[in-house]
Every structure is written in structure tokens, then in C-alpha cells.
Design a protein. Structure first.
Ligand code: NAD
Length: 264
């Protein structure tokens, strides 16, 4: 199923479920300063929330806000029982540490799943795994290769694939080229999350039965968004950019908010 259609179906199911709850789930979105990319992400999160019946509350702090002001706001919202999930839109201005933010959001409200002790799965890997499962990808015993080892995508992705009984390899910037090619040639599912336009191209030998998940978002010279993989590789499945993992990540966030509400 196309990702767009899958997301629409899942949102319809969620809307129905939320309509049966005593009270709508509440997501708090906190931003500091102004960043055009962040504005568009936040708009997307508000739209998704509205579509399924989640109440999104926006709190905007000025560019010159201090870390203390931000952390105090998070603490207030941690203590507010009417708020189910809290996210702080990243990046934040210089002078504010991302780690301090993540450490301050209460684990049970950390719907981005950034804390190690958050009960929620980090949104991009969760969105990908749920989609692959729904599409019938048979994980057990398959070779999974994750390209990139960041804390928000590569590492949690590898852990989830391992949890699904895949044989998992992470390749990264220090993996020798010849080894990269060897692992990729043996992969049944490849998740590419490095932020290098067109990294995976026709020069790589790939299994025709492979599924490729392209996480990368890169602005091309044409001014448009492109993935880490060139389109139309000769494989069984390849997620598009745009209209792929970005939509799955957005879906996973609202799924986590609903889970937070239901966990109360
Ligand atoms: P990051 O910069 O934190 O990490 C990049 C990783 O790629 C590093 O681990 C590095 O070792 C590895 N790497 C770099 N060059 C490499 C190479 N040539 N070969 C192998 N490994 C290489 O990035 P991130 O936050 O994980 O994001 C990766 C990409 O995914 C970015 O384009 C980002 O915009 C995108 N992203 C998309 C979504 C989404 O919802 N679609 C979500 C998160 C990130």
C-alpha cells in the first residue's frame, strides 16, 4: 500500500478510537525562537493532531529565552495532569542544551521517545517498523542493514529490527567502502539514514527482493527535497522522498500521544 494511503487509513482508525475516549488527548508543542523548517514541522504536527481529534497546545518562547525559562515551562507541564505528551521542537537556539530538555521532560510524557527510559518508541523507527509490519514484511531471520548510527534514527532502528528477529548490521561513516558494499548486497531490508543525497545508487549490487526505506531528507540543487537513495532502484520496494518516512514519523508521534493518554 502507498504510504499516503496507509497513513490515511491509520488516521481514520485513530480518529474513531479517540472519539470513544472520555476526553481528547492533549499534546503540548513547545518552540523557542523562529526557524522556518521547524514552523513547517509544527504546522504538520498540529494538522495531524486536529485530524485525529488530539488537542495540540502551542507554547512559543522568544529567541532570547533562557534554558531555565524553558525548563521551568516543561516542569509546569509535567505537573499538569491535563497534558498527555510534551515535545520541544528542535533545534533550539544556542545556549540551550538539548540534553537538558530531554532529561527534564517526564518519561511518561516524552512522546518523542528521546529518553532512554521513555515508555514510547522513538517516532521515526517506530513509524518504519509499524509500516513494514503492516505491509507484511517478514522480519524473522532476515538480514537488515541500517546505514547511519544516530541516536534518533540509526541506533533505535537497529534495536527494533533486532527485536523483530532480524540479523542486524549497522554501517556508518567509518565502515570501509568494500564492506559497505558487501553488507548491502546481502541485505533483505535496508534503512538509510545519513543525510547524503543519492548515497545509495545503481553502483551498489542489491538483492532484487530487498526492501529499501529511505529516511534521508536533503535539499537538492533543484531546490526540492530528495532522499539518501536515488529513486527507482531495482529492488522489491523503495519508500519515496518526499511522501515516505516523513509521513510515517508524523503518524508515529500521534500514535504515541494516544498511547500516553490510554496509559493514564
Ligand atoms: P545524523 O547526522 O545524526 O547521523 C548521520 C549518520 O550517518 C552518522 O551516524 C554517520 O556515521 C552516518 N554517515 C554519514 N555519512 C555516511 C556514509 N557516507 N556512509 C555511511 N554512513 C554515513 O543524522 P540523522 O539525524 O540520523 O538523520 C539522517 C537523515 O535522516 C537526515 O537527512 C535527516 O534529515 C533525515 N531524517 C528524516 C526523518 C524523517 O522523518 N523523514 C527523521 C529524522 C531524520
Amino acid at each position: 500500500m502507498e504510504i499516503k494511503e496507509y497513513v490515511l487509513n491509520r488516521k481514520t482508525e485513530m480518529r474513531e478510537e479517540i472519539s470513544t475516549l472520555d476526553k481528547a488527548p492533549v499534546l503540548s508543542i513547545i518552540s523557542v525562537g523562529y526557524n522556518p523548517a521547524s514552523e513547517s514541522y509544527m504546522k504538520g504536527k498540529c494538522k495531524d493532531s486536529a485530524e485525529v481529534g488530539i488537542t495540540a497546545l502551542m507554547s512559543r518562547l522568544p529567541e532570547e529565552a533562557t534554558q531555565e525559562q524553558l525548563l521551568n515551562l516543561i516542569k509546569e507541564q509535567n505537573d499538569d495532569p491535563s497534558i498527555d505528551g510534551i515535545i520541544v521542537q528542535l533545534p533550539v537556539p544556542k545556549g540551550i542544551e538539548e540534553k537538558a530538555i530531554i532529561d527534564t521532560i517526564a518519561p511518561e510524557k516524552d512522546v518523542d521517545g528521546f529518553r532512554a527510559d521513555s515508555p514510547y518508541t522513538s517516532c521515526t523507527p517506530k513509524g518504519i517498523i509499524d509500516y513494514l509490519a503492516r505491509e507484511g514484511f517478514e522480519f524473522k531471520g532476515k538480514n537488515a542493514v541500517v546505514v547511519g548510527r544516530s541516536n534518533i534514527v540509526g541506533r533505535p532502528m537497529a534495536k527494533l529490527l533486532l527485536g523483530k528477529d532480524c540479523t542486524v548490521t549497522i554501517i556508518h561513516s567509518k565502515t570501509p567502502e568494500v564492506e559497505k558494499r558487501w553488507y548491502l548486497a546481502h541485505a533483505d531490508v535496508i534503512v538509510v539514514a545519513i543525510g547524503r543525497l543519492g548515497f545509495l545508487d545503481e553502483s551498489y549490487e542489491l538483492k532484487e527482493s530487498a526492501w529499501i526505506v529511505d529516511v534521508g531528507i536533503n535539499r537538492g540543487e533543484d531546490g526540492k527535497l530528495h532522499g539518501d537513495c536515488v529513486p527507482n532502484l531495482k529492488v522489491a520496494r523503495q519508500t519515496p522522498v518526499p511522501g515516505g518516512v516523513g509521513l510515517l514519523t508524523r503518524l508515529a508521534l500521534i500514535e504515541n500521544v494516544l498511547e500516553a493518554k490510554k496509559a493514564k
